[in-house]
Write a protein that binds this ligand. Structure first.
Ligand code: SAH
Length: 405
């Protein structure tokens, strides 16, 4: 039997002084190396956290496998986890009602930043997409409560679960395919749909929750798309365009738009999206690094260039290589921008800080002897809130700058 924590009937996990200090500093994670004892605690359960002297520090969700062993959910003893989860889901939904505009696609639940660590829920019009990233969020009773609350509040046509096999392995959860989350009373309701069309800033996109090529947007860029479109003009190049998020927005104000990506399936959806919006956009399947070099050598010039690469720095270990990659992209883009042109330069690596990224862009400008004036220093959209004291929740950088000479 696991021991109970003094202040609650929850199984107790004792953490080191260093772990306790981390919580005092406002973070919500405790690493495995700071667990002093978790005897007999079942994987994925709610636990009472105490310091080495037995003082109660709060309630957390426990993982027996992840390096992040503890994710705090409350500074108080939680006796009714179901109620807490329902309140958190409601809180996340009300927050979006306050901050989300001009879209029917947004992140409904952003894990730690919504006090539901390990849970991601995105909405695409009438479909929901759910990801459970921890043992606790994958536990059947927890899923049931969350799914019921989401259905009750948002009335989706269907909820699809997106499974990342790598994460299930890390959490030592049995493999499971992606699929629709079944309803309890299937009979009364219409058959579930897995595709829809969603709209952001007046631009329409196809969404397929499951079949064939999975689609889905980078919802965190939604406000940056609108901002980029406000400054964009002339001939535009969207590098790493995926399904055309920036390109379709640029097409609202630019005379010609070219989107570049190395993924053919992404470009196929991009093309369908262009058609859906009645836009004529040129899609080029290429390695962005090669293409930027070739186009620069060939003397191509643009008035607007967007750079939105995948995260190059997956860990601190490859930060230097990643920074070189970002610099190279910015250098090449800056060489091709006409005077008065606009650079939209994004970086979604958490390991690169906003200050570091600005330095990379600044270094690039210096190397090619161009002056850049930042008109907007942006980050992730408001439905991906940044929880202060939990630095991992802040990851997206988006610099919009004018090239002056
Ligand atoms: N700007 C997009 C999101 C980009 S995600 C949006 O707003 O929706 C990163 C994209 O980079 C993916 O579509 C991926 O296929 C593409 N990619 C990754 N490496 C690449 C490379 N070397 N050259 C071109 N595209 C690449």
């Amino acid at each position: 039997m696991p021991s109970k924590s003094a202040a609650s009937s929850l199984p107790a996990v004792k953490i080191s002084r260093r772990g306790a200090k981390r919580l005092q500093d406002g973070h919500v994670w405790v690493y495995r190396s700071d667990i002093v004892s978790a005897d007999g605690v079942a994987p994925g359960t709610a636990v009472g956290i105490t310091d080495e002297r037995g003082k109660f520090l709060g309630t957390a969700l426990y993982s027996s496998a992840s390096q992040i062993a503890i994710r705090m959910i409350s500074p108080h003893p939680v006796e009714d986890l179901g109620r807490l989860l329902r309140e958190r889901v409601q809180g996340a939904i009300s927050y979006r009602e306050r901050v989300v505009r001009d879209t029917d696609a947004y992140r409904v639940i952003f894990s730690e930043a919504d006090f539901l660590p390990g849970l991601i829920v995105d909405r695409y019009n009438d479909l929901l997409s759910l990801q459970a990233l921890t043992q606790a969020m994958d536990a059947e009773p927890v899923r049931k409560v969350i799914v019921a609350e989401l259905r009750g509040r948002l009335k989706p046509a269907a909820i699809a679960e997106r499974v990342d096999p790598r994460i299930r392995e890390l959490e030592q959860l049995p493999p499971r395919p992606s699929g629709l989350i079944q309803r309890d009373m299937q009979d009364e309701i219409q058959p579930e749909r897995t595709s829809t069309i969603f709209t952001m800033n007046g631009v329409r996109f196809h969404y397929e929750a499951l079949e064939g090529q999975k689609t889905g947007a980078f919802l965190d860029q939604r406000e940056n798309y609108a901002a980029a479109a406000r400054y964009a003009q002339g001939e535009a190049l969207d590098v790493f365009c995926y399904q055309g998020g920036f390109a379709l927005h640029l097409a609202q104000s630019c005379s010609k738009v070219t989107g570049v990506d190395s993924s053919r399936p992404a470009l196929e959806v991009a093309d369908r999206n262009a058609e859906l919006n009645g836009r004529d956009i040129e899609w080029v399947e290429a390695n962005a690094f090669d293409l930027l070099r070739d186009y620069a050598d060939a003397g191509h010039r643009y008035d607007t260039i967007v750079l939105d690469p995948p995260a190059f720095a997956k860990s601190k270990a490859n930060l230097e290589t990643a920074l070189r990659g970002y610099k190279e992209l910015n250098l090449r883009a800056l060489k091709m921008l006409r005077p008065g042109g606009i650079l939209v330069s994004c970086c979604c690596s958490y390991h690169v800080s906003p200050a570091q990224y600005r330095e990379v862009v600044g270094d690039s400008a210096r190397d090619v002897h161009r002056n850049l004036r930042i008109v907007e220093n942006r980050g992730q959209a408001k439905d991906h809130p940044i929880l202060l004291n939990v630095p991992e929740t802040e990851y997206l950088k988006c610099i919009i700058a004018y090239v002056s000479n």
